[in-house]
Design a protein around this ligand. Structure first.
Ligand SMILES: [Zn+2]
Length: 69
């Protein structure tokens, strides 16, 4: 099994499932028990379960600031 991707604030993620607007690229805005993602297509904010997001990631396009805040 593939290992769980490490998500950091500022990461740009490509998800397996596209947003209703058709965009598959999301920016990570906040990480807690939920992950806050911003769709790069329509700028809408999504709050998703962390485990769910980890399963939905196709690839991490670029890494944000690893130091967090
Ligand atoms: Zn969208």
């Amino acid at each position: 099994m593939p290992n769980i991707p490490v998500i950091n604030v500022g990461d740009i993620l490509e998800l397996k499932k596209p947003h209703p607007c058709g965009e598959k690229i999301f920016t990570v805005a906040r990480i807690g028990s939920d992950i806050k993602l911003i769709c790069t297509g329509c700028q809408r904010v999504l709050m998703l379960d962390r485990v769910k997001v980890e399963k939905m990631i196709k690839k991490i396009i670029s890494s944000g600031d690893n130091n967090g805040k």
